[in-house]
Structure formats: structure tokens, C-alpha cells
Design a protein around this ligand. Structure first.
Ligand code: ADP
Ligand code: ASP
Ligand code: MG
Length: 266
């Protein structure tokens, strides 16, 4: 089985969601890990920070803005009446969860609950979009199998046991969608694998199911010779060894494997 991870920009617009749909819909069974839609995690972090600073009014305003954004996504993406209603209800439940957090005493759990909502939203919406498009997709909640231990390291045994059981129970699906980034901590409370953690989720899943390949898709045409956000005229590297890739990644490069532009040789 393949594991494909798509980042925030890949699910950040209707056009990009359509691109992801055509990439994953090739008839082979796969697990698709999604990040939150671009901008969402930053907005959630901002809500959490406002609450931490005691500015509830500002947090409420930001929550309303997020709700408006998602109302538009639903409007643009879903035409099927039943699926539209289902997603609207889900978005409303996320909204209520956020409002609830604004009434709680601020702590780490409040923060983790808030920042988890981005991946919960993107995966719910995208899975229902695939169903609307006639694709046999099933949403596998990451919180049913992704857990870290006392040291905040992936609990490999727990993850392997639970994920493989859940996949066995859902053999009929062509595409499994799950959330990157979020997990349970050792106490079973909602937590995360830190910013940018969806790539890590994909690797953990790949190891747990002994996947043939883990592909990290993003918004650029390959593994460049430098970070294009800081350096002009960078170019995609056609071939790179695992050690070189690891070294670049260590210094902050983001790795991607984009057919046919860049091949990561391992
Ligand atoms: P995603 O939202 O898909 O997780 P990221 O923002 O984490 O994507 O990473 C993709 C970005 O990484 C690219 O848009 C690019 O600006 C940047 N990047 C940094 N270093 C490199 C590199 N060596 N090759 C390609 N992209 C890089
Ligand atoms: N959504 C999370 C973040 O923005 C995780 C991820 O995208 O990898 O950090
Ligand atoms: Mg990322």
C-alpha cells in the first residue's frame, strides 16, 4: 500500500483539492494523510494565543472569521445536498468546540484541542468531497490509532496494532483519508506532533503498515538545490541520494517526491 501526504496548500483551494482527487484516484488502494487547509493552523494558533493573553473577544472574532471561510468552502465544493448538510453540521460542531474552549480555563489541553481542528476539518470535508465525486473513500480518525508515549515518541506497537485492525475492518475502501499532525498523548488526551507534523504522521503510518512507499506531495515541483523562499532561481534536483537528502532536510529543506520531476533514491 502507498501512503500519500498532501500539505496545506494542496488542500487549500477547490482547484487544488481537485488536483489531489485526480492524483489519488488511480484505482490503487492507498492511505492519504492531509494537513489543515493553508492558513487554518496559523489562525487556530492565533485564537489560542489570544485566549492565553486573556483577549476572549478577539479570539471570538477570529473564530467567526474561520466559520465564514469554511462556509464558503462548503458552498464552492459541495453540490450534493445531503453531503453539504453533513459537512455543514460538522463545521458547526467544530465551531461549538472552539467556542467551548474560549469558556474554559486556558491550559495545554485547550491549546491542543484548538489547533487540532484544522486537520479534523480538512479531512472531513475532503472525504465527503471524494464521496460526492463517486470515490470509495473512508475517513480513518487518526485519534483511533495515532498515539505517543511518555517521551512523546510514537507508540509504535499501539499504532501498528490499531491501524492495521482499523484497515482490516475497512477493507472495502479504495482510499483511506486520515489527519496528519494530531495524536493522543500518553494520558489519551488530544495532542499533536508539532508544527509541520503531518509529514511525520505519514512516515509513522508508512512504518506501521510497512508501506511500499511514502510520498510527500507539496506545492513545488521537486527537491530544489536551495530554499526558493530565500534564494532566487533555484532548480529541482533530478536525482539525490538518501544521505544528501537527509543532510538538506536537516538544514531545513522540505523533501518531496513529484513524478516525474524529482526522484528521491533511497
Ligand atoms: P506543505 O504545506 O505541503 O507541508 P511546506 O510549506 O511544509 O509544504 O513545504 C513546501 C515549501 O518548502 C515549498 O513551497 C518551498 O518554498 C519550501 N522549500 C524549502 N526548501 C526547499 C527545497 N530544498 N526544495 C523545495 N522546496 C523547499
Ligand atoms: N497543520 C499543521 C501545521 O500547519 C501540520 C502540518 O501542516 O504539517 O503545522
Ligand atoms: Mg509542511
Amino acid at each position: 500500500m502507498l501512503v500519500l501526504k498532501f500539505g496545506g496548500t494542496s488542500v487549500g483551494s477547490i482547484e487544488n483539492m481537485n488536483n489531489v482527487r485526480s492524483i489519488i484516484n488511480d484505482g490503487t488502494q492507498k492511505i492519504v494523510v492531509l494537513s489543515a487547509m493553508s492558513g487554518t493552523t496559523n489562525a487556530l494558533v492565533e485564537i489560542s494565543e489570544q485566549l492565553n493573553a486573556g483577549d476572549r473577544d478577539n479570539a471570538l472574532e477570529l473564530i467567526e472569521e474561520l466559520l465564514v471561510k469554511y462556509a464558503q468552502v462548503i458552498e464552492d465544493l459541495l453540490q450534493n445536498k445531503q453531503l453539504k448538510e453533513e459537512v455543514s453540521k460538522y463545521v458547526l460542531s467544530v465551531y461549538e468546540t472552539l467556542i467551548e474552549q474560549t469558556k474554559s480555563k486556558y491550559n495545554e489541553l485547550v491549546h491542543n484541542t484548538i489547533v487540532a481542528q484544522g486537520e479534523l476539518l480538512s479531512t472531513f470535508i475532503f472525504s465527503r468531497f471524494l464521496i460526492q465525486e463517486g470515490i470509495n473513500a473512508v475517513l480513518l480518525p487518526a485519534l483511533d490509532f495515532m498515539r505517543v508515549d511518555q517521551q512523546h515518541e510514537p507508540d509504535s506497537f499501539y499504532i501498528q496494532q490499531n491501524l492495521n485492525r482499523i484497515i482490516d475492518d475497512n477493507q472495502q475502501a479504495d482510499i483511506y483519508i486520515t489527519q496528519g499532525f494530531i495524536c493522543l498523548d500518553v494520558q489519551g488526551q488530544i495532542s499533536n506532533l508539532q508544527r509541520g507534523g503531518s509529514d511525520y504522521t505519514a512516515s509513522i503510518i508508512g512504518a506501521a503498515i510497512q508501506a511500499e512507499e511514502v510520498q510527500i506531495w507539496t506545492d513545488i515541483d521537486g527537491f530544489h538545490n536551495n530554499d526558493p523562499r530565500y534564494v532566487e532561481n533555484t532548480t529541482a534536483i533530478q536525482k539525490i541520494s538518501f544521505d544528501e537528502a537527509a543532510e538538506l532536510a536537516y538544514f531545513g529543506a522540505k523533501i518531496c517526491i513529484h513524478k516525474p520531476l524529482c526522484r528521491l533514491e533511497i
